[in-house]
Design a protein around this ligand. Structure first.
Ligand SMILES: *Cc1c(COP(=O)(O)O)cnc(C)c1O
Length: 223
């Protein structure tokens, strides 16, 4: 077996079957992706629109492409035809852009709202307050081509496991609060996407059901 197959298997062995493993293939080649694909992996994550489109056009059609990066509104048009799930929606404007392009294609696009809980200022996302305000005041229920499926987050990049655990706990509690308040009649609001190579074990203890793992599967990024 090659390195990718070995690493993919050892990561999978640590993740419960009901949790979706997104193999983050950004900056890795199509050959690398196919090695994981040949081991049965079907969910892949990309954070650049051009790369996602190029790979989606070239690689097998049963791959589920996750757009995990910050999505600029001028890239929505490129991503919408290929995305299985857009993880990091952080504004009402972006939601309406996705709605517009999904409607044109006659598609329904699933998205997550990105919550900002990390201590770093540079990370994108809605604060819990902003997220609440958006759901309370914007007519998101009228968007018929975009479906809000849950929450996504990134923890602070730190060795302090306790801090990371607290942040994931905050995300999960917020997810439940929003679910109970706004989605009690919608069982499809059910997805929590947090946990990366260095912190997914902690995330699994705090209720995540999608982990996004790159380095631990593909090794250091190449392209
Ligand atoms: C790159 C990236 C990941 C994967 O990070 P690794 O540390 O390589 O596992 C997960 N989520 C997002 C949003 C990313 O940009």
């Amino acid at each position: 077996m090659n390195d990718i197959a070995v690493r993919l298997q050892s990561v999978r062995a640590t993740i419960p079957l009901e949790v979706t493993l997104v193999a983050v293939s950004k900056y890795h080649t199509s050959e690398d992706i196919l090695e994981a694909y040949d081991c049965g992996q079907r969910d892949f994550g990309e954070s650049h629109a051009q790369q996602l489109v190029a790979k989606a056009q070239m690689l097998p059609k049963d791959i589920r492409w996750h757009f995990i990066g910050h999505l600029q509104t001028n890239k929505v048009k490129m991503v919408v035809p290929y995305a299985h799930l857009i993880h990091a929606v952080d504004s009402w404007h972006l939601l309406t852009e996705i709605e517009k392009h999904a409607a044109r294609l006659g598609r329904i696009v699933d998205v997550l709202l990105q919550l900002h809980v990390a201590q770093e200022e540079t990370k994108f996302g809605l604060t819990p307050k902003e997220c609440k305000e958006m759901l309370a005041t914007q007519p998101w229920k009228t968007l018929t081509h975009v479906r809000i499926r849950g929450m996504m987050a990134m923890a602070t990049n730190t060795d302090d496991d306790e801090q990371i655990g607290k942040e994931f706990e905050t995300v999960h509690a917020f997810f439940e609060e929003m679910r109970d308040k706004y989605f009690s009649d919608d069982p499809t609001f059910s997805l929590c996407s947090y946990g990366m190579s260095d912190d997914y074990r902690i995330a699994l203890h705090h209720g995540t059901n999608i982990v996004r793992i790159g380095t631990a599967i593909f090794g250091p990024r190449k392209m």
